[in-house]
Write a protein that binds this ligand. Structure first.
Ligand code: ASP
Length: 294
């Protein structure tokens, strides 16, 4: 009977995609990742491990504005945000404005596993990540050198990576990681480390956001998807599209990736493009950047 349990996985590489830019390296990378993620879920791996693993790979690649590909803030420094949530029990962890770690998402998971707090910022987050033994960046200016390929404060200006999954035991999980917006003020935190804005997972749905973080925070975007399903009786696709309409009203654009407990997938955006890939027990893998969602 286990073989018939649904599973689903969606990953994103940010909603800041610019028409005219060649994203074939990202598309190729996402195709490989989604195939690996599918294998893990088909083999019975749990959703939390899969989303953490997917986001860690996206961070390390340098191909997106997160982890190695992050852009600098107005002071030329690299302050990163990440969060993770386990839909089985709503355990969550987040790091905000963290410096010098290869995998902010694993630092977020360490905060969750430590269990005393949900969100740690700056030096405190770094201390916990260090005591968890997480890999550090030796020379930040050299390590974070990929962002020049992703644009600047005047062009692309933001990006994020994320993953949402339903595993065969019925558990949902979500994780998100970002370098934030290019040229942001030192200390600026976006939606990515905010549980309920950038990331959400419960027993019904898992969500990861990308776009102008200030608007996503003001809309409690990721949690609002869940709320519309829980209290409003919306299906997944309606809930995600309605939330993006609200984000627009708050002065932002972007996209959401989401999976529900039945293994349905949604990945709409209202920016110019969103790097994304999806697969489920019922659908073949797809990788898209500018193609519109139904
Ligand atoms: N949401 C991210 C932030 O505002 C940026 C992005 O998703 O492109 O930090």
């Amino acid at each position: 009977m286990g073989n018939f349990m649904p599973y689903a996985l969606v990953i994103h590489g940010g909603a800041g995609a610019q028409p005219g830019t060649d994203y074939s390296a990202q598309a190729e990378h996402m195709a490989k990742l989604i195939a690996r993620g599918q294998e893990m879920l088909a083999d019975g791996e749990n959703a939390l491990a899969v989303v953490a693993g997917m986001v860690a790979e996206l961070e390390a690649s340098g191909l997106y504005v997160a982890g190695k590909g992050s852009g600098p803030n107005a002071a030329g420094e690299f302050e990163l945000d990440a969060s993770i949530m386990d839909g089985r029990n709503r355990n969550s962890g987040a790091v905000a404005g963290i410096r010098g770690f290869i995998h902010p998402v694993l630092a977020a998971r360490a905060v969750m596993e430590d269990g005393r707090h949900v969100m740690l910022a700056g030096a405190g987050a770094e201390e916990l990540a260090r005591s968890a033994g997480l890999a550090e960046v030796e020379d930040p200016q050299a390590y974070y050198s990929e962002h020049v390929r992703h644009g600047s404060a005047d062009t692309v200006n933001h990006g994020t990576v994320g993953a949402v999954a339903l595993d065969r035991s019925g558990a949902l999980a979500a994780a998100t990681s970002t370098g934030g917006t290019f040229g942001k003020l030192p200390g600026r935190l976006g939606d990515t480390p905010v549980i309920g804005a950038g990331t959400w997972a419960d027993n019904l749905v898992a969500v990861s956001s990308t776009g102008l973080g200030e608007a996503f925070i003001r809309c409690a975007a990721a949690h609002d998807v869940a709320a519309r399903m829980h209290y409003g009786g919306r299906d997944l696709g309606t809930a995600t599209r309605e939330v993006l309409d609200e984000v627009r009203k708050c002065g932002g654009d972007g996209g959401l990736i989401a999976v529900d407990a039945q293994g349905r997938i949604s990945m709409p955006y209202n920016s110019q493009g969103m790097k994304r890939a999806a697969v489920s027990y019922a659908t073949d893998a797809v990788v898209r950047v500018f193609e519109p969602e139904p």
